[in-house]
Design a protein around this ligand. Structure first.
Ligand code: SF4
Length: 201
């Protein structure tokens, strides 16, 4: 992938939301004044702050590791991908050729890991590889409700999808063209933009 147009850097959250529903990114960039701040968003920030403090007291066994160094709230920026974002934690394990970087995201959910979360972790993994060097082949989602970490493989196919999605996001925002709603109306039920989408539910 060539270096993307430097005029716009999307966030990894944009990428995650674009996978969930492209319209959310449309509203964010093409109609920026309408975005509501919901109780759910504020509660999510507070839960993540608490999770970081608890994580410091936990061992790495939740991730199947005996030792490693943890880095919290790591800001990453990739000029190749055209993305920026803050990953909840990076575990740095092993040394030399065996050094591995593992992105970890905390989630306030019991649901299975959706594709949007896999794209989010994959993007962090690609950004880590670009900026920190070292091997990145997996990440974890830590469910704050289940108190369990689940491994996500960061495959070549997922990386390809991330590159394609970033290109699509640029195209959509530049053309200012709103996408159709998702096939399943289920994801509209709790969406903060629901009152702006008159063609759903
Ligand atoms: S209400 Fe549905 S279509 Fe509209 S932004 Fe939300 S998820 Fe997308």
């Amino acid at each position: 992938m060539d270096r993307v147009d430097e005029r716009r850097i999307f966030t990894v959250t944009d990428l995650k939301q674009y996978t969930y529903c492209p319209r959310i990114v449309y509203y964010t960039y093409c109609l920026p004044l309408i975005r509501p701040t919901t109780y759910k968003m504020d509660a999510g920030v507070r839960a993540h702050e608490k999770a970081g403090k608890r994580e410091e007291r936990r061992t790495l066994s939740a991730y199947g590791l005996e030792e490693g160094q943890r880095h919290f709230d790591v800001w990453l920026k990739s000029s190749i991908l055209g993305l920026t974002g803050k990953v909840d934690m990076v575990i740095e394990a092993g040394e030399g050729d065996g050094r591995e970087l593992i992105p970890v995201e905390y989630k306030q959910s019991r649901r299975r890991i959706g594709t949007h979360i896999r794209h989010q972790l994959t993007a962090y993994g690609m950004m880590l590889q670009e900026t920190w060097g070292g091997r990145v082949r997996r990440g974890f989602v830590y469910s704050l409700l289940k108190r369990r970490a689940e491994e996500v493989r960061l495959t070549e196919r997922m990386q390809e999808q991330v590159r394609d999605l970033v290109t699509e996001m640029h195209g959509m925002v530049e053309r200012e063209r709103m996408s159709p709603p998702p096939r399943s109306p289920r994801q509209c039920v709790n969406c903060e933009f629901r009152r702006f989408c008159n063609d759903v539910l």
